[in-house]
Design a protein around this ligand. Structure first.
Ligand code: FAD
Length: 393
């Protein structure tokens, strides 16, 4: 028997968690239930995330899950950050996306592309107390991200950045922004460069904060750069190679969104199950009606399938194996599952499901974003089709 066969035969099931992973998951679950859950409704209504809870996320190590310990991080795996994102989303997808952007986008990009000196400067802050953002999108460049127009002009050894970024998650709380601008618009995507912008840099300010359908407690803001002076040593990677950082980081980010949507769907299923066992009609619990049982079973199948896809993509990434197609697939599928399961949960709860007195109404609203950010569903389908069809040229 070849070594390859033995490895395949003994590979653990996808949902098997190591002792360390189980303990980590349990600690996030406890935090979500005990600390987060009581504040979710008020934060959603206010459209503001509780500052104290962000401090608790840092204290628990959830803002730097796979940052090495030498920089103050937890020294965990990418898969563990996926577990955290899933568990938080089960209770609050807003909390989940704060942790998601910090881990799968910002610190992921810094760990992979920044110099050792830059890592020493920024990662301890990322681990300790600084919320971070990833700023790629603009009003005219969403799906067509490389059409961005924010300009970076060299000036006396520094760069002056001018332009506007739109839809930037975490921006209201963030101290550090990984921001993409072009040093040469004529060069197309080859002019795009990644800059580390600090909140207090001159010429930088927050613009409008969006008033959203869902994930309302997660801030989404415009960034305004007006001759914002950024030192040359804040360029991440090479000048003109920012497009690579932007695109490759999003491949991992999408697994995070898959996890967020899976957690959301699990949360909706949890509420539907609990309610179905309690609510009585025609003299019995509605869970005793086969029609309701079939709905619950269908929801559970969907959540399980989404989770398997997300875990597989994350495990592939940690194993250093190709995962781009699996990442697009899991984000695409899990965001559909979140919509379907949250919608069905509202129905299982009947009239009360449609009110703000029960959490499923919010999960239903929160689910919609999964099909939009970090690449719309159409963009995921393009990625998947490209892999299927190869290079048509
Ligand atoms: C709440 C929220 C948080 C966000 N957070 C961030 C963030 O932190 N950082 C950041 O950089 N961005 C962020 N975004 C931006 C997000 O990634 C974009 O909104 C998304 O990529 C879609 O871009 P768009 O809104 O310009 O839509 P468009 O690109 O205009 O798309 C509109 C529609 O056209 C379709 N479409 C476009 N091109 C094609 C095509 N070639 N083929 C088929 N269909 C196509 C799309 O699928 C979509 O249905 C966030 C957005 C929101 C709403």
């Amino acid at each position: 028997m070849s070594l390859h066969t033995i490895t395949l035969m003994t590979a653990p099931p996808l949902t098997y968690l190591s002792e360390e992973e189980r303990m980590f998951q349990a600690s996030v679950r406890r935090f979500a239930r005990e600390r987060l859950a009581p504040r979710v409704r008020a934060m959603d209504e206010a459209g503001v995330f509780d500052k104290g809870l962000i401090e608790e996320l840092f204290a628990l190590g959830l803002m730097a899950v796979d940052v090495p310990e030498e920089y103050g991080g937890q020294g965990g795996t990418f898969f563990q950050s996926i577990l955290a994102i899933e568990e938080l989303a089960r209770v609050d997808p807003s909390a989940s996306v704060i942790v998601d952007v910090q881990n799968t986008l910002f610190s992921n990009a810094i760990q992979r592309w920044a110099s050792d000196d830059q890592k020493r400067r920024w990662l301890p802050r990322v681990s300790c107390d600084t919320v971070c953002s990833y700023a790629l999108s603009e009003a005219g460049s969403g799906s067509d991200a490389f059409a961005l127009t924010t300009r970076a002009v060299e000036a006396g050894g520094d760069y002056l950045l001018t332009g506007r970024k739109l839809w930037i998650t975490n921006a209201a709380e963030a101290g550090l922004f990984l921001l993409f601008a072009t040093v040469n618009p004529e060069a197309g995507y080859k002019g795009i460069t990644a800059f580390l912008v600090e909140r207090d840099f001159s010429g930088f300010r927050l613009g409008k904060k969006e008033d959203k359908l869902g994930i309302r407690a997660s801030s989404t803001c415009e960034l305004v750069l007006d001759d914002c002076r950024v030192p040359r040593e804040n360029i991440v990677g090479e000048v003109g190679k920012g497009y690579k950082i932007a695109i490759e980081t999003l491949n991992e980010g999408r697994i995070g969104i898959g996890a967020q949507m899976t957690g959301l769907a699990q949360g909706a299923l949890d509420h539907a199950l609990a309610y179905a066992k309690e609510r009585r009609q025609f003299g019995k619990a509605i869970a005793e009606f086969q029609g309701v049982q079939f709905d619950l079973a269908e929801m559970a199948v969907e959540v399980e399938a989404a989770r398997l896809m997300v875990y597989n993509a994350a495990r592939l990434r940690d194993a250093g194996m190709p995962f781009v197609t699996e990442s697009a697939m899991c984000k695409y599928f899990a965001s559909q599952v979140a919509e379907r399961v949250a919608s069905k949960a509202v129905e299982v709860l009947g009239g009360v499901g449609f009110t703000k007195d029960y959490p499923v109404e919010k999960l239903y609203r929160d689910a919609k974003i999964g099909r939009i950010y970090e690449g719309t569903s159409n963009m995921q389908r393009l990625t998947i089709a490209k892999q299927l069809l190869g290079n048509m040229k």
